[in-house]
Design a protein around this ligand. Sequence first.
Ligand SMILES: C=CC1=C(C)c2cc3[nH]c(cc4nc(cc5[nH]c(cc1n2)c(C)c5CCC(=O)O)C(CCC(=O)O)=C4C)c(C)c3C=C
Ligand code: FE2
Ligand code: FE2
Length: 346
Amino acid sequence: MKKGVLLVNLGSPDSTNPKDVKKYLDEFLMDPRVIDVPFWFRSFLVRGIILNTRPKKSGEAYQKIWWDEGSPLIVLSERLQKKIQEKTTVPVALAMRYGSMTLKKGLQELVDQGVDEILTIPLYPQFAMATTETIDVKVEELKNEFFPQLQITSLPAFYNKPEYIEVLSKSISEKIENLDYEHLLFSYHGVPERHIRKSDITKSHCKIDGSCCITDSPAHEFCYRHQCLKTTDLVAKKLNLQPGTYSTSFQSRLGFDPWLKPPTDRTVERMGLEGIKKIAIVTPAFVSDCLETLEEIAMEGQEIFHEAGGKEFTVIPCLNDRDDWAEVVTGWIDRWRIVDVKTAIA
Ligand SMILES: C=CC1=C(C)c2cc3[nH]c(cc4nc(cc5[nH]c(cc1n2)c(C)c5CCC(=O)O)C(CCC(=O)O)=C4C)c(C)c3C=C
Ligand SMILES: [Fe+2]
Ligand SMILES: [Fe+2]
């Protein structure tokens, strides 16, 4: 069998034009694993309310971060794919869960190169319904409909893998080692609390309180909150961060349901109001810099901090196409090529 790899990231609109943003947001927000309510209600919320105003606002936000080559998330993912391809003999393609760089095209690209066994690598460190699960489900649908001959496996979330923690920690220490910061904030993309309960395979563990995510349970394999807290904890141990000098928050809330807490914007504001002058912020739910890091954190977050009295706001870049990160992913691919997926990421 000939093996190939499909890297998968979230996707971006084709341009910052509100028409393109609307098309992209429609596909994204109509995904039942992103807005997980019955179809009629999702349709009413997304097509009847959100898409009337959001595309213009989001288009303006995208304009602030857009590069000459296109969306940062896409360009950075392409650079990573090229670097990995230079390091391995296995064909490596790239696709997005939403937008024009579809999963179908990515799978087809590998099939055209004679590949019949594929490892998909969702470029998300932590499992969530709205990240890893939606990719796995869509790939399965496409396999059943168009590529029944393919054997496909998915790389599980790597939130706690030593080689990932090592490069993430290194990327942070490079930025903060000579920095006189007072607090390091780990800001993860938020999800509605309901998503966490739905993903609880034990149906009894997740209380979304101070204890469940640090009490051993099989639920953790699919608990986004546990996995975010664990990533923070492992990095803190690696960097020898002292208690009280770092914390975790969740950004990008949308809608009125309860989302994971504490929210990043309120946390940053509170720190400024409490007299903290210098903070550093890292965004480990994102492997590539994107709207959520370049605009929501580096621009909006910084403004909120300054308005609340803060002075220095240092944003740590995502792993993007760092050489050591490309090496780590290539290591997983090569171990999968020689043995299997469990060994690859053991
Ligand atoms: C109900 C809404 C959303 C959920 C749940 C959600 C989860 C989620 N998203 C990411 C990663 C990214 N999200 C990005 C943009 C973005 N996210 C939402 C909504 C939800 N995300 C919206 C509406 C948008 C679009 C922008 C906007 O209008 O504000 C991006 C950036 C994409 C880019 O082109 O740069 C990323 C990346 C994760 C990891 C996640 C769950 C863990
Ligand atoms: Fe999102
Ligand atoms: Fe939990």
